[in-house]
Design a protein around this ligand. Structure first.
Ligand SMILES: [Fe+2]
Ligand SMILES: [Fe+2]
Length: 306
């Protein structure tokens, strides 16, 4: 199995997805103190079934020296999905320490779909952290979906922070509005201002969650993309509906170790924020096209420097 590896100098991560040739990481010099405190390297690697690295330091007390995060989004679980998602989740068990789900957990936002998803997730013995996506809002039952998942033990983040060992997770759905100089501005009709305000509010929620974390490593979960790079591959006409640069601002102010997002079914697997934080698009349809058998992104964060 092909192996792709890139070193960024400190933090290390691994992946079970074949990066596209043009999406492979290149060395980056971090120049912000809040980034360099994490160490210096990111490593991306295709992980086969037998190629699993566990890192436990044996001493007076057992200490975790890495955390493997399995990530996937856009499950679009429907009433007909029973049995379809289970193999994906089962693959994460034993190969990761935590499973993160990046929104569009259900197809139309029906509570019945959330119940099917909970059943599919029953094979997972890992902690599960999730954010909702736009599809989870479609039927007007987002709160009920959150309740169903929460009762099943899934930690659903909506501007919240959650810590497992020395890794902190901050999650929001995010919103759209476009990228760079083409980002929609709050000007003109009230409805446009309201639209832009939603993106700003989501960015502020993400900032608030990231600011609360005091862990050695931090992970940001979103549904919408915070960068343009991972939406490339979609029709350019719909870029503004796939994410928003406003979501990148908190990622610069409080740089996480790694960012995961979904929503972009035909985009790019990997990108980086302006300060060099790796961003992974873990949309299931995209992962299926690159790793049909095990469509999961598994990233290993080194805690060795703790
Ligand atoms: Fe989706
Ligand atoms: Fe979506």
């Amino acid at each position: 199995m092909a192996v792709s590896r890139a070193h960024f100098g400190g933090v290390r991560s691994r992946s079970s997805v074949v990066p596209r040739r043009d999406a492979q990481s290149t060395p980056v010099e971090f120049d912000r103190p809040s980034v360099t405190r994490y160490g210096t390297a990111i490593e991306t690697e295709l992980m086969g079934d037998a190629d699993v690295r566990t890192s436990l330091e044996h001493g007076a007390e057992l200490k975790r020296t890495s955390m493997r995060i399995a990530a996937v989004g856009d499950l679009h679980c429907s009433k007909e999905s029973a049995g379809e998602l289970r193999p994906i989740f089962a693959h994460a068990d034993g190969r990761a320490d935590v499973l993160v789900l990046c929104g569009d957990l259900t197809d139309y936002g029906h509570p019945e779909e959330a119940h099917v998803l909970v059943h599919e997730l029953s094979v997972v013995k890992l902690p599960i952290i999730a954010v909702l996506g736009n599809h989870d809002y479609e039927a007007g039952h987002a709160a009920k979906i959150t309740e169903i998942l929460s009762e099943a033990g899934v930690r659903v983040l909506d501007g919240d922070a959650h810590t497992i060992d020395d890794v902190g997770f901050a999650g929001v759905k995010g919103f759209c509005g476009g990228f760079g100089r083409s980002t929609l501005g709050p000007w003109g009709e009230p409805i446009v201002k309201a639209f832009v305000k939603e993106a700003i509010d989501e960015a502020l929620k993400l900032e608030s969650a990231l600011a609360r974390l005091r862990t050695q490593r931090t992970v940001a979960l979103l549904h919408y993309s915070p960068i343009r790079e991972t939406v490339i591959g979609e029709p350019e006409e719909i870029y503004p509906f796939l994410g928003c640069s406003r979501l990148e601002e908190p990622l610069e102010r409080f740089p996480p170790t790694v960012v995961f997002h979904g929503h972009v079914h035909r985009g790019h697997l990997e990108g980086k924020t302006r300060v060099g934080t790796p961003v992974y698009n873990v949309s299931l349809p995209l992962l299926r096209r690159t790793s049909a058998e095990h469509p999961l992104r598994i990233v290993e964060l080194s805690l060795a420097d703790a």
